[in-house]
Structures are given as structure tokens and as C-alpha cells.
Design a protein around this ligand. Structure first.
Ligand code: SME
Length: 161
């Protein structure tokens, strides 16, 4: 199956990035590019990281690929991003126009996935992907994005940065 092959290829490519990068920051920078360039329905791909020591906590935009977003700082009580970080669970929204939590980044966005990144069992940030296509994040895609977020958490943990 072509679609399955593509997902497997990209999974392999992001796995190879782990060996090729010294820090979590480098891995995030290269990973957003691979996901954005290789997955046609991943139209905006970025990391939001919790600002260390911020009270109340806030997510700050990190590495990303895609159009500029007005949402560079997101409190945990706002957006799909805030919901994923505060719950520690993946959030998949098939139709963003029907989700009152949604903070619009682009008028073209139809669906979104946000997956928390953990270090030492604590949420430190998240991987956020928007698609111009409705229901883009099927369980197979969810699995890939969760795998990517897991790799970043492990790299941050191992490298300390
Ligand atoms: N849509 C997100 C905001 C971030 S932009 O998509 C890049 C949200 O609802 O939290």
C-alpha cells in the first residue's frame, strides 16, 4: 500500500535524524522540516515548549515550518495547544471549525493534531501539526506524530537541551 509505505519511510527518516543530531533542539529543527516537506497534508508543523519557570505556565513557539502564526505564546487554558499540554494527552481535531477551543492560525486549516512531549514523565512541550485537509490525522498518522514527539522527549532527556 502506497500510503503505508510513505508513513514507514518518514518514520525511518525521523529515526535517522536522532543519530544525526546532538541535541533535542537540533532534532526539533530538522524534524519539522522533514515532516513538513515529506507529508503533503502536514501544512504547518511546529513545536511549542513550556517556558521554564513561567508562572502561570505558557507555551512558547519554537522550531516550525509553514506560514507565520500570530500565536507565539499560548497560555495553558487556551487553544488546542493548551488542552494537550495541560492534559498530557494527544488531541486530534477533525474539523477545527467545530471546536470552540481552536485558536486560528490560518484560514485554510481544517484539522489539527497536538501531541505532548515528555521529559522525565513531565510535559515540557508539544508537537503541533495543522492540515488544510479535514480529518487528516487518522490513527496511522497519530501513531507517527506520537512517535516523533517521543523521539524528541528522549533526545531532550539524553542531551539535557
Ligand atoms: N491552533 C492552535 C494554535 C497554534 S497554530 O495552529 C500554529 C490552537 O488552537 O491551540
Amino acid at each position: 500500500m502506497l500510503a503505508a509505505t510513505k508513513l514507514e519511510e518518514v518514520r525511518h527518516e525521523v529515526t535517522e535524524l536522532v543519530q544525526a543530531t546532538p541535541t533535542g533542539r537540533d532534532l526539533m529543527r530538522l524534524m519539522v522540516k522533514v515532516l513538513h516537506d515529506r507529508m503533503l497534508k502536514y501544512n504547518w508543523v511546529g513545536f511549542y515548549m513550556l517556558e521554564p519557570g513561567a508562572e502561570p505556565p505558557v507555551l512558547v513557539l519554537g522550531a516550525y515550518e509553514g506560514a507565520m502564526t500570530p500565536h507565539t505564546r499560548i497560555p495553558l487554558n487556551q487553544g488546542i495547544c493548551g488542552a494537550a499540554a495541560s492534559s498530557g494527552h494527544t488531541v486530534v481535531v477533525d474539523d477545527v471549525s467545530k471546536d470552540p477551543r481552536y485558536l486560528a492560525c490560518s484560514l485554510e486549516t481544517k484539522s489539527e493534531i497536538v501531541v505532548p512531549v515528555f521529559v522525565g514523565g513531565q510535559v515540557v512541550g508539544e508537537l503541533d501539526i495543522d492540515s488544510h485537509f479535514p480529518s487528516a490525522f487518522t490513527p496511522e498518522h497519530q501513531e507517527l506524530v506520537q512517535y516523533c514527539a517521543m523521539l524528541v522527549g528522549k533526545k531532550l532527556e539524553a542531551s539535557g537541551k
